[in-house]
Design a protein around this ligand. Structure first.
Ligand code: A2P
Length: 221
């Protein structure tokens, strides 16, 4: 039916409730503030600046974009393959408009993006498209055969000139490196342990996951 095709959104996802948006932005800013003062981070500043001597202010480096959310299916108003099937999936239809509790288990940054990893429950995985990991970064995801839902994240900010779709790709790359066992000494911090994965990729695995209420819905620009 043409009417249904016209009604497909830009994307489906979980949207953090207004009360927690601010809290997560603060947690993110605190993390960035701490990170760029660490000696370990300063040692690899060149990853971000391209020049050894230059300083970087991570709080200014990433630009926030809109409501914090975890995209499930990017539809681009139906132009993306599988959008219609996704929208018509009974699990998607029945969950639409309900509030879920998302678990944020890690924070990460790269010279392109800053994000929070979302660890999905079995119930939440029912809303996760089967091809989400393969779609964007086939080489990376396939090589490490990362489990379904590995790409789930909240984009916290993007460097100038970077599109938010990059955040999920950056996360998959870090997880692939993690899986290969490529990791240096973890740095124990108040929030958890921080690991450098080379080329400006840092991930802080939270000691205590952060639970955030989020409404499963869709976004039309
Ligand atoms: P993310 O989910 O990483 O934040 P845009 O503003 O570029 O149109 O993107 C709107 C939202 O859809 C963003 O949240 C973005 O990334 C996500 N997104 C954009 N393109 C894709 C894609 N090809 N696959 C998956 N998610 C996408």
């Amino acid at each position: 039916v043409q009417h249904e095709e016209l009604s497909l959104p830009l994307y489906f996802g979980w949207f953090l409730l207004p009360a927690v948006q601010e809290k997560i932005r603060c947690t993110s800013m605190d993390f960035l503030k701490t990170l760029d003062t660490l000696e370990a981070f300063k040692k690899h500043l060149i990853d971000f600046t391209g020049k050894a001597e230059k300083e970087v202010d991570l709080e200014q480096y990433y630009k926030a974009n809109g409501t914090l959310h975890c995209t499930t299916k990017f539809c681009n108003y139906g132009k993306v393959e599988g959008s219609k099937e996704y929208a018509q999936n009974p699990a998607v239809r029945s969950a639409y408009g309900s509030v879920f509790e998302l678990s944020l288990t890690a924070l990460f940054v790269t010279p392109r993006t800053a994000g929070a990893r979302v660890s999905l429950t079995e119930e939440q995985l029912l809303l996760w498209p089967a091809d989400a990991e393969k779609e964007v970064e086939s080489a990376v995801a396939a090589a490490a055969s990362l489990p379904q839902g590995s790409r789930a994240h909240i984009t916290l900010g993007c460097a100038e000139g970077t599109e938010p779709v990059q955040t999920g790709v950056d996360l998959l790359q870090i997880l692939a490196l993690q899986k290969e066992g490529q990791q240096g000494e973890p740095l124990e911090m108040e929030l958890g342990s921080l690991i450098y994965y080379g080329e400006g990729r840092w991930m802080l695995t939270l000691r205590e996951p952060i639970a955030v209420p989020a409404c499963f819905s869709s976004f039309y620009a």
